[in-house]
Design a protein around this ligand. Structure first.
Ligand code: HAX
Length: 433
């Protein structure tokens, strides 16, 4: 992978120098204070880590290396005849901070194709896992099974200069990314399609091939895959999947250990698993009311969920305080390709009733929909009706961001992460003081 690796390699010294200077000249400047409420409250808002790939503004939403989602939908290279950005391009951007050319993106597609073969031991591992095991568990286990082939782990064992850590981390990240759509499609066909598998089509890009290997030969679905894989790739560093990958990597665990751990966090219902929960909840309400419910019926259903002590899946966010631009991008896709779909109508009706109810309920700090409120509706429209699989798509995409960050972490030499914890007794002593 000459050009992406060379480009990244040429950026490392200036990056190291920049951070060294900041630390030396301004290392004492305070960027955050921590309150007791934050220590008990999931560390919300504490600025205490550096992630270069993206930044999340509560009101504006995500920017990937400074670019908004609408900007990237316009500026990133597209598949021939397509209108949605290619995920290969966002990986280039996340890693280098620069927009790729068409040729840069084609080179990544080719490179990932070269590295994509699944080793026999991985297939045997996947075969041995019971079919009923959740797809996310199978996905995370598959990533971990590949750890045997980690170049980083091998080079570390042989003795490696700290300054070189980023190089084998880059190679592991590229090998992993190349294989993820193949693993995802394998798991999908194993569980839901009689264990009958479809070989890759190397005329297709990374996202298009995922659609093809799943068995969905629909150009619109390929476009959806490309958009989906771009939208879910990164959400700054503090979210559970990104933070976990980064934390595990800080112990110099390789990319396989780190990503597998990050995927385990993504599989929680308050994080990535919310996408399957949203669809399950919508299907329940559609069945209950025999189609698109009236607004009054919807309101009652939302209140019933809240009164049962449950959350409204797909709504709320730990950082965002407005409608998630990833939701907006998916809504635009739906308006263009499936405006009359019944589930899309329910998703739209929920958008009209849920925020007011959450405000009246008075708990959620953000009453607006997040990315997971919309994705399932698009997937089910193209025939992916197996909700339990949805978080695997999220995982394939999220790997782009967290692996780019992991390579950056090693390039700039970030140390072992080890914040200080305190006891309630210590907190009470501080209050007395
Ligand atoms: N429905 C009902 N109650 C909600 C709520 C929702 N959608 N969102 C928040 N609340 C509640 C919280 O449970 C919390 O209640 P308690 O005081 O009883 O504990 C209260 O409102 C305050 O929470 P918050 O500060 O607004 O939100 P948090 O930062 O603690 O949590 C969550 C953010 C995303 C976990 C939360 O909004 C939630 O549970 N949403 C539903 C699940 C979901 O959609 N998750 C996906 C989020 C996006 C993502 O990461 N995707 O991967």
């Amino acid at each position: 992978m000459a050009s992406l690796k060379e480009k990244f390699s040429s950026q490392i010294d200036p990056m190291r120098q920049r951070i060294r200077t900041i630390n030396k000249e301004h290392g004492d400047v305070k960027i955050s204070d921590v309150t007791i409420a934050q220590a008990y409250g999931g560390m919300r808002g504490i600025k205490c880590m550096v992630t270069e790939t993206s930044a999340l503004d509560p009101m504006e939403g995500i920017r990937f290396r400074g670019y908004t989602i609408p900007e990237l939908r316009e500026k990133l290279p597209k598949a021939s005849g397509g209108e949605e950005p290619l995920p290969e391009g966002i990986f280039y951007l996340l890693l280098t901070g620069e927009l790729p050319t068409e040729d840069d993106v084609k080179e990544i597609t080719k490179e990932w194709q070269k590295r994509s073969a699944l080793p026999e031991h991985l297939i045997n591992t996947l075969k041995a896992i019971p079919k009923e095991t959740h797809p996310m568990t199978q996905f995370s286990m598959a990533v971990l099974a590949l750890q045997k082939d980690s170049i980083f782990a091998q080079r570390y064992r042989e003795g490696m200069n700290k300054l070189d850590y980023w190089d084998p981390m880059f190679e592991d990240a590229m090998n992993l990314l190349a294989k993820l759509p193949h693993i995802a499609a394998y798991i999908y066909r194993k569980i839901y399609k009689n264990d009958e598998h479809i070989p890759a089509d190397f005329n297709l890009d990374w996202g298009g091939n995922l659609a093809h290997m799943m068995g969905i030969e629909n150009e619109e679905f390929k476009e959806l895959m490309r958009l989906y894989l771009v939208l879910h790739c990164d959400h700054e560093g503090g979210n559970v999947s990104a933070h976990t990958t980064h934390l595990v990597g800080s112990a110099l665990s390789d990319a396989f250990y780190s990503l597998s751990a990050g995927l385990d966090g993504l599989a929680g219902p308050l994080h990535g698993l919310a996408n399957q929960e949203v669809l399950r909840w919508i299907m329940d309400l559609r069945e209950k009311f025999g189609g698109v419910p009236t607004k009054e019926q919807l309101k009652q259903f939302v209140w019933d969920t809240l009164n049962a002590g449950q959350v409204i899946p797909g709504y709320g966010h730990a950082v965002l305080r407005k409608t998630d631009p990833r939701y907006v991008a998916q809504r635009e896709f739906a308006l263009k390709h499936l405006p009359d779909d019944e589930i899309f109508k329910i998703v739209s009706a929920l958008y009209e009733v849920v925020p007011d109810i959450l405000v009246e309920h008075g708990k959620a700090k953000n009453p607006w929909p997040n990315v997971d409120a919309h994705s399932g509706c698009l997937l089910v429209y193209y025939g992916v009706t197996e909700y339990d699989f949805y978080t695997v798509f999220f995982g394939v995409s999220r790997a782009l961001g967290v692996l780019a960050s992991l390579v950056l972490d090693r390039a700039i030499g970030l140390p072992l992460e080890r914040p200080k914890s305190v006891t309630t007794e210590w907190i009470e002593q501080q209050i007395k003081k």
